[in-house]
Design a protein around this ligand. Sequence first.
Ligand SMILES: CC(C)(COP(=O)(O)OP(=O)(O)OC[C@H]1O[C@@H](n2cnc3c(N)ncnc32)[C@H](O)[C@@H]1OP(=O)(O)O)[C@@H](O)C(=O)NCCC(=O)NCCS
Length: 139
Amino acid sequence: MLIRSFRTSDEGAVIALWRECGLTRAWNDPRKDITRKLTVQPELFLVGELDGKVIATLMAGYEGHRGWVNYLAIDPAAQRSGLGRALMTEIERRLLDRGCPKLNVQVRATNASAVEFYRSLGYALDDVVSLGKRLESDG
Ligand SMILES: CC(C)(COP(=O)(O)OP(=O)(O)OC[C@H]1O[C@@H](n2cnc3c(N)ncnc32)[C@H](O)[C@@H]1OP(=O)(O)O)[C@@H](O)C(=O)NCCC(=O)NCCS
């Protein structure tokens, strides 16, 4: 799998992959999420390509204190073959290069398999409650 930064021509394939992986939600317009990401550290929006096809994504950022990962998705046909781990290893390297001391991941409470995946990569549950406030509606 070739890991590279997102290109605008990937948009359709990326959104199809997010839908297939169950990552889209009614309140998050994936096109708007991509457009916003392209204005902030677009080089940290990664895709994995195999035989010219986008089979993996990872959207990350570093705000000077913590690194954050969103939209990690592996094509269901290619899951459990080490690609998720490979993408995370690559983003950890890129964030460390920028001086990022810690990476945080928010996982939906219902997504037990993603929690197991992150645990196997050395991520531990933090003793925090996650709160959010929507500043702009996508609807
Ligand atoms: C979660 C996800 C990214 C994992 O990617 P992946 O390429 O399948 O994972 P890897 O093959 O790199 O797995 C590495 C290790 O994580 C653990 N792991 C991965 N998937 C797991 C699962 N479903 N259940 C338990 N452990 C799992 C295993 O220890 C695995 O090593 P092993 O295969 O040698 O046992 C992928 O399943 C996915 O895209 N899921 C749907 C979207 C999603 O939930 N994304 C996360 C949003 S927070």
